[in-house]
Design a protein around this ligand. Sequence first.
Ligand SMILES: *Cc1c(COP(=O)(O)O)cnc(C)c1O
Length: 435
Amino acid sequence: MKGLTDKPSYIIELLEGGVTLEDVIDGHICEQALVEKSAFVVGDLGALMRQHVRWQSVVPRLQPYYPVKSNSSPAVIEVLASLGLGFVCANKAEVSLVLEHGVPPENIILSSVCKQLAHIKHAAKNNIQHLVCENEAELSKISRLHPNAKLLLQLTTEAHAAETSMVFGSSLKSCRHLLEAAKELGVQVVGVTFHIPSSCQDLQQAYTHALSDARCVFDMGMDLGFNMNILDIGGGFTGSEFQLKQVESAVRPLLDAYFPQLSGVQVLAQPGSFYVASTFSLAVSVIGKKVVPRHWDSLAQGENNEDTEFLYYMNEGVYGPFSRKLLGNSIAAPSVHKHVLCAEEAVYPSSLWGPTLDQLDQVVERCLLPELSVGDWLLFSNMGVSGLEEFSCLSSSPQLPVYYTVSTSDWYEMQDAGVALDSAMKNFSMLQYSA
Ligand SMILES: *Cc1c(COP(=O)(O)O)cnc(C)c1O
């Protein structure tokens, strides 16, 4: 299997008949067991389409713009591009990647808060007009290098500031200054963008503030003669249908009040995790094990195993595909490959570590697992959101093997939705996978 960087061809395994994702994982574990026992990633491309269908049925008014930083693997970009999504790019490399996949420049937003001059010039040269702007220094760079840009002003939200402990975006007051400065420089402003992370506790309050602020900025912009017609409500969708509905019920009445359909305002969102989180699973193997008796006394008295704790070392850690952990996210406990837990079976407090013996390389602090042996495989689901650069075909670091799959029924549905191998997915070929 070729790595992600070996363009131009990727193989998608088409799962026929009753073949399941588990069968594919089994197959690759057997292969890996014979060779170097490398960890690997399995991507279920059908999940992208199922999430898209879910998105369209719950929030039909929100046009999805996928943030490339969430996962820039070529299969994801190709499938989402052929489903008609727009893309949010943070830099020149992401813009080039998306353009290479045939996405029209009008469906691309260049979003980063501080843009390198070369990236602004690159956007201008490639007709990417929609740029996010949050301060006057950026505005003056843009007015020099890309005078025809159409700006979305980045509005700050408390929830976003709390998550990043940085001030992102501009306050209402500085939005007025920015609008006036844009007017003076002759740069167009066309809308507002903000971001409320999924960690936000009070969605209702956060969206109420953000959308009423956005309305104020629209009014100020219109007073100054700008044609304000794009509202972007950012990301913050975990991927679960339940949470999507929660956001929908917080947002819809506010949109109806402040930005009704008749106003003609185009409403966008930037669902990243929503599309990719469940698309990828990671298989790693156990390479080492330690028993930590927690209470020597009780062990000596022959008490049972509840006081025993296991430490397991895996062949990947936070300096690889678990880098999200370093960014403060927790990693959910894995399932054990080929292991169905029965009711009476003993489970033990366990912690899971990467291979480096580094203090920081702890992937799961504590979970309950049956006793594992060296050579066992663990499966982590919901691994689709990249932390730093794994999965990314833009990264220069060595890649884990990635196996793309799609079930026959999903594939038919995707073709109905416009995903076609010969045109849109020309870098891919299908391999039939039957048990
Ligand atoms: C990362 C990011 C997103 C995607 O967020 P999700 O919560 O994964 O949907 C959207 N917008 C901005 C500005 C981001 O930085």
